[in-house]
Design a protein around this ligand. Structure first.
Ligand SMILES: Nc1ncnc2c1ncn2[C@@H]1O[C@H](COP(=O)(O)OP(=O)(O)O)[C@@H](O)[C@H]1O
Ligand SMILES: [Mg+2]
Length: 271
């Protein structure tokens, strides 16, 4: 069986080795969110490919998706994945004799590491086309920069995690972007959340500085950003705090404090 050579830094290890089925990782820029998430995807898929018996009902044998807000953003994740996967893992098409890798959007690759009938298909999808996200059942879903994916796209992709025969593991990573749907999902993985179920969903929040591989130069750049972009922006992007939408006049917790009564589902003919 093929092995990965990833050595997580301590904060990454906490997430990587946790048994939760769905992981929500809120962390600052350059924390190592994507390197971690892609390694988790590969580790999970390799284990499933080996453990699960091939079945005529599961094609491909193991199926994973990487979803991001736009192809601009997922292209970097695609490059990172190619950096992690040795060329010898890519399946060669038995008819055309060509490697089964699609190196332009929509990116995809088929890995052949666990023997016959045990292929792993990894596909990339952009969330700016929600119709493309009506998908098959998945064993693993990686959503990168999730807070920049719109909520509608998340609603479309979420059911792919509940399909008979499929494992339905997921990691959603992001720097925060105000208190949008990503914040509310992250809240569900915190121990003080009512109905918290750490086997089902766990969440973490780490600042950029947990990445021990940042150089002095990079740290100096971050400090310069702090002066240039302002404290609130710095807290969101590097400390990974869920600050209120930058530029919003009234903080959302003030609105929440003022609101009384119940919110109602919209009804036709009512405003
Ligand atoms: N465990 C690790 N070992 C070595 N380098 C790492 C590790 N984790 C992250 N890095 C490096 O840190 C940088 C940021 O990683 P990346 O995953 O792109 O961060 P993010 O997605 O959080 O912006 C990259 O240069 C990456 O190679
Ligand atoms: Mg990233």
């Amino acid at each position: 069986m093929q092995q990965l050579t990833f050595t997580p830094h301590p904060a990454q290890a906490e997430v990587l080795f946790d048994p939760a089925r769905v992981k929500v990782l809120c962390a600052g820029r350059r924390f190592g969110k994507d390197i971690l998430s892609l390694n988790l995807l590969l580790k999970t898929c390799l284990e499933l490919a080996q453990e699960r018996e091939p079945s005529q009902y599961l094609n491909p044998h193991v199926h994973a998706w990487v979803v991001g807000p736009s192809y601009g953003i997922i292209t970097q994740a695609w490059r990172d994945l190619k950096g992690l996967v040795p060329e010898s893992w890519i399946k060669v098409n038995p008819w055309t004799k060509r490697p089964m890798i699609h190196d332009t959007p929509p990116y995809s690759m088929v890995l052949d590491v666990a023997g016959p009938g045990r292929d792993i298909l990894i596909e990339f999808r952009s969330a700016d086309r929600p119709d493309d996200l009506v998908g098959p059942g998945l064993d693993f879903l990686l959503v990168t920069e999730a807070a920049r994916v719109n909520e509608e796209a998340w609603r479309v992709v979420k059911p792919t995690l509940n399909s008979p025969g499929r494992a339905g593991y997921a990691i959603l990573n992001s720097t925060p972007k105000g208190k949008n749907w990503f914040y509310h999902l992250w809240r569900q993985g915190q121990p003080d959340y009512e109905g918290y179920d750490p086997k089902r969903l766990r969440s973490w929040r780490f600042p950029t500085f947990e990445n021990p591989y940042l150089t002095e130069d990079q740290l100096a750049d971050i400090e310069a950003d702090r002066k240039r972009m302002g404290e609130k922006w710095y807290r969101q992007e590097y400390l990974a705090e869920f600050v209120d939408s930058l530029g919003k006049a009234i903080p959302s917790d003030a609105i929440e404090r003022c609101a009384v009564g119940e919110f109602q589902e919209p009804e036709e003919g009512r405003v």
